[in-house]
Design a protein around this ligand. Structure first.
Ligand code: ADP
Length: 507
């Protein structure tokens, strides 16, 4: 069906100007009037502006050029049928096919006689509104996304918290957390078990309030020392309960915000350690008697007490004697280590001068040094040394270990220098060698039990790795300290210092 009936040109007439003309021109809304053929007969300046065309290029042209054909035809039909169309959202095509979203209104125009003259069409430009709408939609989506993210984060944090709590609750070690004010802010069931208290009785209590619980006293004593940095100590809580207590400051941006205390039950480990030490001790004792019987038999053979022996036999017996001696030294070292660990390495102190002890040891090792073509010398101290409280036998053992090591780990042609001096109310002993040195990466383990340097293992020199462990214990039991400087391939200097008025640790 044709909607726009063709009309003859002569019947085309512009409606008479009325009073409303001013209003028509003045309105900020785009308005046009077209006849039943769809020919635009009148537009207002706003329409002209929004269309982008000049007025003369619009008037007399079809309204269809501004809309989708089907749509404008439908709108016109509806207008004819119902008299008007209100707020229809559609697209206006301005110059250059520029799409303008609009809300459209029409009104059927009749003359006084009631004859239909054409259609008045006006619209709102929805561009801005649409833009805002899109923006709003975007903002809304963004907001929803943020909310979703927050929710997700919250869930994650919650899950993380639950996980941490589960770990703490089921942790095999006791865990206590004290806040900045030293109030107990967290503890796990293991703590309740160790101290035989209920969580609700002690939670949020300060250190002084906790001291009302006698079971807590040993731990509080330890915490009171208030070493701010991390430390680890052993604590005997009861006869059958030994704990290793680790105190760790909790820091947030370098500020301490609390303290974490971890209680690790080492009772079993201690019992096993004690059994091991006891075993070594017993085995070593049992070995000592036959070894000394062998020693004396071999000695008698060497001294000719059992009859003459040939040179060749002497050589073999000598080898056996030396091997036996090494075995005796090892057994003695093992026994000493066991005594140290059992707290039975007791000291008999008396006021002594250390110099004669050092001289005697250096003298006794001269032969060994010569055999190895090493120059061993003792540098006389410049000042007279004060007497020290010493256990002569044990300090001699320490000095002997250090000088023997220097000779042992220095190749032929080298030099070993022993010296004594006084500095800051301490007597300082040193033994300097030009030997193989200690590899840098192993230096922090030098004083631990059974340590042997990778470089000396290659040399295949004999040794047990117990000498320095024992030596360190001896020096420290005299209130002294021991240290060294070493460069691999260049040499090593071992030092120990014993204060004049030492505070002696009796084990
Ligand atoms: P041992 O000498 O029986 O192996 P020690 O406890 O006396 O045991 O020494 C441990 C290790 O320390 C040695 O095996 C060696 O690697 C290293 N060491 C000790 N003294 C020296 C030294 N003067 N020069 C180089 N290495 C040394």
């Amino acid at each position: 069906m044709r909607i726009f009936k063709k009309q003859k040109a002569k019947s085309f007439s512009i409606p008479p100007l009325t009073q409303e003309e001013d209003l028509f021109n003045f309105l900020p809304l785009p308005i046009c009037f077209f006849d039943l053929n769809g020919k635009v007969l009148k537009i207002n300046p706003t329409f002209e502006e929004i269309s982008g065309y000049k007025k003369e290029n619009i008037l007399g042209k079809t309204i269809e050029k501004f809309f989708r054909k089907n749509e404008i035809r439908r709108i016109k039909e509806e207008t004819l049928e119902k008299g008007s169309v209100k707020g229809r959202e559609t697209t206006f095509f301005a110059r250059g096919n520029k799409e303008v979203p609009i809300s459209l209104f029409t009104l059927l125009s009749k003359n006084r006689k009631g004859e239909i003259k054409g259609v008045l069409l006006g619209f709102y430009d929805l561009t801005e509104i649409k833009k805002r709408e899109t923006e709003l939609k975007e903002v809304r989506t963004a907001l929803l996304n943020i909310l979703e993210d927050i929710e997700e984060e919250r869930k994650k944090t919650e899950a993380e918290k639950n996980k941490t709590l589960a770990i703490i609750t089921h942790f095999a070690d006791g865990i206590l957390v004290f806040d900045k004010e030293d109030r107990l802010s967290l503890l796990n069931p293991k703590v309740e078990e160790i101290f035989e208290v209920k969580s609700k009785e002690i939670l949020n209590l300060s250190l002084s309030q906790l001291s009302k619980f006698p079971n807590f006293l040993p731990l509080l004593e330890l915490l009171k020392k208030k070493e701010k940095e991390l430390f680890r100590k052993e604590l005997k809580l009861r006869e059958n309960l030994i704990l290793e207590v680790s105190v760790i400051p909790i820091k947030a941006k370098s500020e301490i915000i609390g303290t974490l205390v971890v209680l690790h039950d080492v009772t079993r480990k201690k019992i096993i350690e004690r059994m091991k030490t006891e075993f070594v001790s017993i085995a070593a004792h049992q070995l000592r008697t036959p070894l000394s019987a062998i020693k004396w038999t071999l000695k008698m053979l060497l001294d000719g007490d059992l009859g003459e022996i040939t040179e060749e036999q002497r050589e073999f017996v000598n080898k056996a004697y030396r091997a036996n001696e090494r075995m005796i030294k090892l057994i003695n070292d093992l026994l000493n280590v066991a005594r140290i660990e059992e707290g039975r390495y007791l000291y008999k102190l008396s006021s002594l001068s250390i110099e004669p002890l050092v001289r005697k040891i250096v003298e006794s090792l001269k032969q060994e040094a010569e055999r190895k073509k090493i120059k061993l010398e003792f540098k006389k101290p410049k000042k007279k040394l004060p007497k020290l409280m010493l256990d002569a036998e044990k300090i001699s053992l320490a000095i002997q270990n250090l000088v023997e090591n220097a000779i042992k780990y220095t190749p032929a042609g080298g030099r070993v220098t022993v010296s004594l001096k006084v500095e800051n109310k301490e007597v300082i002993f040193s033994v300097k060698d030009t030997g193989v040195g200690i590899p840098k990466e192993q230096q922090d383990r030098v004083f631990s039990k059974f340590f042997r340097g990778a470089n000396v293992m290659r040399m295949e020199t004999e040794g047990s790795g117990l000498g320095l462990f024992i030596t360190k214990n001896i020096i420290e039991a005299h209130g002294g300290r021991i240290w060294f400087q070493s460069k691999e391939g260049k040499g090593t200097t071992f030092y120990f210092a014993i204060p004049f008025f030492q505070k002696v640790e009796h084990s």
